[in-house]
Design a protein around this ligand. Structure first.
Ligand SMILES: *Cc1c(COP(=O)(O)O)cnc(C)c1O
Length: 379
């Protein structure tokens, strides 16, 4: 017979997500760009791992009416939340554009495709004519990143035929910065100059160039609408910028056991780190399967990530495994089984973790594991 009582089945890692901080970060961006500029919310990739549904709710509740996703399926999910909230006027832009055959999905869920090539424009125009719908689209023009978007020549050619612009129903002209996170990079000014010229070709259509990094560049980059993503989630694109934002993510993991390892012993796979003294080692329930990437491992040559416990920073020792990692808690002598170590939070910043993983805030956020207990604050 199955026991009817719920048995304890705790998740040893906890991810706390502060939605109040997401709201506060958007408000800071609103204050930064001023009342004439719309501040969209980029919620692709499950709102950078923070959670599409709760993030759309908090942003919509704070007046956000423009959302950007990457995939059409993400747009469908965002539309369901917005409909439930009764915010039917909100726009949802799908950055990855139009794959063949997806037009009816866009129409059914009132999603705005970001058209980035001539075949996409042709398909969308044909669909609009056939369906007799007036759903708008956005136009992505490439100004130097060479990833997505019409070339400058294609954009000029398209703009020269007002009728085709009208038939495609373009409501927003946008481009994307390649080096916004390097304020002094000459490509920024070049992209701005090219986008300014493109904008003149579509004088009556709203324009958008800035992602989070663009928000923090000169006001000239703001145009009519800015598209911050990572900044909403407390991620910095330029060092120092994080001080302007509130941290959103807190990651904590439980200590499963504490052991004393004699000097001269190695810890973990590959025996990459050797104890220099009698070392108190905490075995912690988090690993690379939780998005705590192996690149943050520690070795005799290169220190790895660190945690925070009982008021002190405590360094990783040895390689990160799939479900476990080891932390040298010699300097936190009261560390005990069941204690919880801060792996990301107010002391161990997201920026610090990203740097020690050899990556960027974005990748840490979007890699956050699915095994965590998730706690939302400030909803
Ligand atoms: C992801 C993305 C954004 C948001 O970028 P952040 O750097 O996270 O602010 C804006 N625009 C486009 C085209 C994107 O792909």
């Amino acid at each position: 017979m199955v026991n009817a009582l719920p048995l304890p089945c705790p998740r040893p890692t906890r991810l706390t997500l502060d939605l109040g901080a997401v709201r506060a970060n958007r408000r800071r961006i609103v204050a930064r760009v001023g009342p004439a500029v719309r501040v969209a919310g980029v919620v692709k990739a499950d709102a950078y791992g923070v959670g599409l549904d709760p993030v759309v709710r908090v942003l919509a509740g704070d007046g956000c009416r423009d959302f950007f996703v990457a995939h059409v399926g993400e747009g469908v999910a965002a539309r369901a939340v917005l409909d439930e909230l009764g915010v039917s006027e909100a726009r949802i832009f799908v950055l990855n554009g139009l794959l063949p055959g997806t037009e009816p999905t866009y129409a059914a869920h009132r999603l705005t495709p970001v058209l980035g090539s001539l075949p996409e424009i042709a398909d969308w125009t044909a669909f609009r004519a056939g369906a007799g719908m007036d759903l708008p689209a956005a136009l992505h023009v490439d100004t130097g990143m060479n990833r997505h978007g019409l070339s400058l020549a294609e954009a000029r050619e398209f703009a020269a035929h007002r009728k085709s612009v009208g038939r495609a129903g373009i409501a927003l002209v946008m481009s994307h910065l390649a080096c916004g996170d390097e304020p002094g990079h000459p490509l920024n000014a070049l992209q701005l100059e090219r986008f300014t010229a493109i904008r003149r070709l579509f004088p009556t259509i709203a324009a958008s160039l800035a992602n989070s990094a663009g928000v923090f560049l000169d006001d000239a980059y703001h145009f009519d609408l800015v598209r911050p993503g990572v900044a909403l989630y407390g991620g910095a694109t330029v060092s120092g910028e994080a001080s302007f934002l509130q941290p959103v993510v807190r990651l904590e993991a439980a200590i499963l056991q504490v052991r004393d390892v004699p000097a001269g012993e190695s810890v973990g796979y590959g025996a990459r780190e050797t104890t220099k003294r009698v070392t108190r080692v905490a075995i912690v329930s988090i690993g690379y399967a939780d998005g705590f990437y192996r690149t943050a491992s520690s070795s005799d040559e290169i220190p790895g990530a660190r945690g925070f416990l009982h008021g002190v920073f405590v360094p990783l020792i040895g390689r990160i495994s799939m479900d476990l990692l080891a932390i040298d808690v010699t300097d936190a002598p009261h560390a005990a089984r069941g204690d919880v170590i801060e792996m990301i939070g107010p002391n161990v910043t997201l920026q610090d973790v990203a740097e020690r993983m050899g990556t960027i805030d974005y990748e840490v956020l979007t890699g956050l594991g699915r095994r965590y207990e998730r706690v939302y604050l400030g909803a």
